[in-house]
Design a protein around this ligand. Structure first.
Ligand code: NAD
Length: 253
């Protein structure tokens, strides 16, 4: 049976861990040739190994999404390798530090915005022209439930994710007639190394996070991956500009 993204070329940033790795694996399972990008070489290479072990096709390209030259080179190498770029999952991100708004350091603000928001914009900047040349494509940006509502103690993170939601809608409108769909995924609390780090810094946070989730558990990275690959597939051909909530009911409260 044909996969949902059979023969397509899919780029995943932050593909070396958590949601990005799970999504790279689902893209490959569904027939895509996957380009895994990450700033951490070991994680990216491990994702490629897992994809190949499962019979899929993948390559790793190191890139820091906050650096224009590296993102430009990433898209260029993807096209040199596979001739095109059909699906892009702009997912690399960091959690930043926890501090109330006046106590957020300038360094934390700048770093969080540079990776989570400027990084997504840079990806769009270089992916869209390539998709225009080919006559279309599908992009999913990783926002968050923190792109829809506020969370105390994470001003830079919340601002970055609200920014991603707005950027997604703007790019979707700009390129709707050109056959490029741009959507965002807004995960709830998903059990990944990012969340593990937060839990180890503050053990009470694990209980609080589960209590926030109406379904009574954390999400799994694979549950985000399925939504992303669906958004990138032709089954979602009339869906663009959507911040898609995949959160176990968190923002329904
Ligand atoms: P993770 O820490 O497991 O994975 C993030 C990956 O991004 C890592 O492999 C890391 O090396 C990479 N990365 C970080 N900075 C980078 C950079 N400058 N350039 C390239 N790669 C970089 O985290 P995750 O939980 O899988 O998060 C993935 C995305 O999902 C993030 O954007 C995060 O904000 C978002 N998100 C996560 C949750 C959650 O609960 N886990 C919820 C909502 C949104």
């Amino acid at each position: 049976m044909a996969g949902r993204v059979d023969g397509k070329v899919a780029l995943v940033t932050g593909g070396g861990s958590g949601i990005g790795r799970a999504t790279a694996l689902v893209f490959a399972r569904e027939g895509a040739k996957v380009v895994v990008a990450d700033i951490v070489v070991a994680g990216g290479e491990e994702t490629v190994r897992l994809i190949k072990a499962a019979g899929g096709e993948a390559v790793f390209i190191k890139a820091d999404v906050s650096k224009a030259a590296e993102v430009e080179a990433l898209v260029k190498k993807t096209v040199e390798t596979h001739g095109r770029l059909d699906c892009a999952f702009n997912n690399a991100g960091i959690e930043g530090e926890v501090a109330q708004t006046p106590n957020c350091t300038e360094e934390n603000w700048d770093r969080t915005i540079a990776i989570n928001l400027k990084g997504v914009w840079l990806c769009l900047k270089y992916e869209i022209p390539q998709m225009l040349k080919q006559g279309g494509g599908a992009i999913v940006n990783t926002a968050s439930v923190a792109g829809l509502v506020g969370f105390q103690g994470t001003p830079a993170y919340v601002a970055s994710k609200h920014g991603v939601a707005g950027l997604t809608k703007t790019a979707a409108l700009e390129y709707a007639k050109a056959g490029i769909r741009v959507n965002a995924v807004c995960p709830g609390v998903i059990h990944t190394p990012m969340v593990e780090r937060a839990f180890s810094a503050s053990p009470q946070m694990a209980e609080a996070a589960i209590a926030m989730e109406p379904v009574g558990r954390l999400g799994k990275p694979e549950e985000i991956a399925e939504a992303v690959v669906w958004l990138c597939s032709d089954a979602a051909s009339f869906v663009t500009g959507l911040p898609m909530v995949v959160d176990g009911g968190l923002v329904a409260r």
